[in-house]
Design a protein around this ligand. Sequence first.
Ligand SMILES: Cc1cc2nc3c(=O)[nH]c(=O)nc-3n(C[C@H](O)[C@H](O)[C@H](O)COP(=O)(O)OP(=O)(O)OC[C@H]3O[C@@H](n4cnc5c(N)ncnc54)[C@H](O)[C@@H]3O)c2cc1C
Length: 468
Amino acid sequence: MKKKVLLFSALALAFSSMAQSETPESTDLVIIGAGGAGMSAAIEAHNQGVKVILLEKMPFARGNTARAEGGLNAAGTPYQKAKGIEDNPELFFKDTMKGGRNINNHELVRILSEQAKYSIEFLKINGAELADVSREGGASVDRIHRPVGGEPAGSFIATALIKKVKALNIDLRTRTSATEIIKNDKGEVTGIKAKGKEGNVYTIDAKKVMITAGGFGANFDMIKHYDPKLVGFKTTNAPGSLGEGVKMAESINAKLVDVEYIQIHPTTVPGKGILITEGVRGDGAILVNEEGKRFINELLTRDVVSQNILKQPNAHAYMIFNDALVKQNKTIDTYFKQKLVFEGDSVEALATAIGMDPKQLSATLAAYTGYAKAKKDTEFGRESFKQALDTGKYYAIEVTPGIHHTMGGIAINTKAQVIDNQGKVVPNLFAAGGVHGAHRLVGNSLADIVTFGRIGADEAVKEIKAGK
Ligand SMILES: Cc1cc2nc3c(=O)[nH]c(=O)nc-3n(C[C@H](O)[C@H](O)[C@H](O)COP(=O)(O)OP(=O)(O)OC[C@H]3O[C@@H](n4cnc5c(N)ncnc54)[C@H](O)[C@@H]3O)c2cc1C
């Protein structure tokens, strides 16, 4: 009996797949991947009156976006002005180019630096106001925007966007993977193939397709292929970050850029790949090695800090902070919940809890407090001091570098149109991202995905309305 039921279900599934593949659906815009870029694009396009299908292969829309802890960079926002922070797109541009070792696409960075403030506005309108501003690695001024109270920015943004996607009744299909981009014989993209919840494969004819399927930071084969030095490193990325969008684009002759640049994040928990946000250092934490000595300006870029941690004994370090900092940064609560934090009522007690020399750690903290109060770090040149670290209770988290961000991806132009290997636009195909060059500054990815997600959607809508 059981066998008959199984056979019947298999046949029903096969027929339903055939039926679906024989009569393709059609829509205006298919968006592949419901992270921050995909959801921003979907909301923008829907609000401009076009029919959108948003595909997400995982059971929930979220992606790496929901893992972001620090925040989103933007220059010239009302929140900066209210705090008296002098910033402008030119400075943002220069910091981003310097961070990316000047190999970034200048035109895209120019757009990012000018338009990220509108992404802050877009997020506010859509329920994710990032009204607090702080300083993080590689930025000349306080520029990273996050929710008031230090709540992790990514889940705050993702939750708001999911709510909006649902409220707008956008056709979000979870557990549905895009498997192929379809082109006609003129080289124009005409739709995609998707694999649905039941394993059924079907075609969606679409006037425009946008790829927002994220990076490949959890695909260890691709990591090994592009940077064999990283074999054996853990990753901070969501399990869905397998580079499927990049591979689908590559298979239709789209150009890839900067894929060989894979960022390791300096502060992930050894063996676990859990990321300790830069926000903790930005809010005043320091790094010491296992001997209790500082070894770097903690706010230098990720690549520099990572390389310096790897040079310390046993290639690890401890992030040290205190109660005053914990009160400012809600993200730290999640580290306590995950039991990642050592603690002590005094510096000496903390050192003992970690197995470090108490005298050395006390000397290091005393010196740092002096620098913080004088606002001059004569040892390592740190310039931002949000805490003097002169009162307890004291805390530490052990950290080591881990795989964090795949800088490169699908090449786009300033309209977020995909470019092919001959430098021509691939008709009807859009993607978000690609501004980071050799190295991404913290806060620039959320800025990138929301900004280019919106730009790609906007351009796709323009073309649809113009009948192109
Ligand atoms: C731990 C962590 C902390 C971070 N902190 C920050 C930060 O503070 N500031 C910052 O700017 N950036 C940060 N980043 C980076 C940033 O979060 C990501 O780069 C960014 O959110 C990626 O957005 P996305 O929309 O491009 O991709 P994602 O958010 O990853 O979304 C892509 C989606 O596509 C789906 N998908 C993949 N393949 C398919 C397919 N074939 N069919 C259908 N769906 C598919 C995936 O499941 C996923 O949901 C952090 C990243 C991590 C991992």
